[in-house]
Design a protein around this ligand. Structure first.
Ligand code: CO
Length: 286
């Protein structure tokens, strides 16, 4: 482990998620895409939804468009039915992930298929490079049993949704920003290491317990509901948990460094392309 210490990343900043409402009134926590953190190239938005109050989620996300980016839904608890205007549909079950490349445009709905109990998970928006913004829509619906779990006996239990952890590769493939998406559970008082590609944007969002990131001379402890944004340089992140353990998502991706024109569910490169997107949507071209 010592060999990699020199390349360990520090936490650059910590951002608190903010209460928000979206869709037909779903209560959620907006972590990226809010006043304190507009975006984190190539990531445009991160929402956590977590409630056992049906009134917080039942209204769901009725028909709405997307163009120019990808939406990634990771379900921890509960079930969500999705369907679009091109005949695609499916049921997201606990532990499943859907990587949807909206490309040139889809109109879809995302509706809870349960009337009570806990609904929990994340939606992440990932930008597409200019050359791929008008690509054909594509779905990768990944069932829970296809997501490998690395349990190396060091107190870290890592679900690999995308990218690699050690020799284990996640099932999501062919994504422009070469994403890493890990769900990491850390046992009480355990320590470990996760590798991230040097130069790629990386963040961790803690959703259970408290996690400490960085080497001992420059570590920060991150509370539940906080996002740690890491420095760009370095190829590893040191991880530790206190006496209650921790669980967080660790996400990384290649920054696009392109101009961003954004209006609600349309994310393009120029204001003219946004006007075109609105016009195409209103005239039924999605
Ligand atoms: Co959507």
């Amino acid at each position: 482990m010592n060999a990699s210490i020199a390349n360990t990343r520090r936490v650059a900043r910590v951002v608190r998620g903010q209460p928000a409402s979206d869709g037909a009134g779903v209560k959620l926590t907006r972590v990226i895409g809010q006043p304190d953190l507009d975006m984190l190239d190539p990531f445009l938005l991160l929402d956590e939804f977590r409630s056992d109050q049906a009134g917080d989620y039942l209204a769901g996300f009725p028909n709405h468009p997307h163009r120019g980016f990808e939406t990634v839904t990771y379900m921890l608890a509960g079930r969500m039915r999705h369907g679009d205007n091109q005949g695609n549909s499916g049921l997201l079950t606990p532990g499943s992930v859907q990587w949807m490349t909206a490309g040139r445009g889809i109109v879809h709905s995302e509706m809870p298929e349960q009337e009570n109990g806990l609904m929990a998970g994340f939606q992440l928006w990932v930008n597409l490079p200019a050359k791929d913004k008008m690509t054909a829509p594509r779905y990768q619906d990944i069932a829970p049993e296809r997501i490998p779990v690395v349990d190396a006996g060091d107190g870290l239990r890592v679900r690999v949704l995308a990218g690699r952890h050690g020799d284990t590769a996640g099932p999501v493939e062919g994504i422009a920003v070469a994403p890493l998406y890990l769900d990491i559970e850390v046992a009480p008082n355990a320590r470990g290491l996760a590798h991230v590609p040097d130069g790629h944007t990386a963040f961790a969002y803690v959703f259970e317990g408290e996690a400490t990131f960085g080497s001992s001379d420059a570590s920060r402890t991150i509370a539940r509901g906080d996002l740690a944004v890491f420095e760009r340089n370095g190829d590893a992140i040191e991880i530790a948990a206190g006496e209650h353990g921790a669980r967080f998502i660790l996400v990384a991706g290649k920054p696009l460094n392109e101009s961003v024109a954004r209006y609600g569910p349309f994310v393009m490169n120029t204001p003219e392309q946004i006007v075109e997107a609105i016009r195409d949507f209103q005239s039924g071209k999605f």
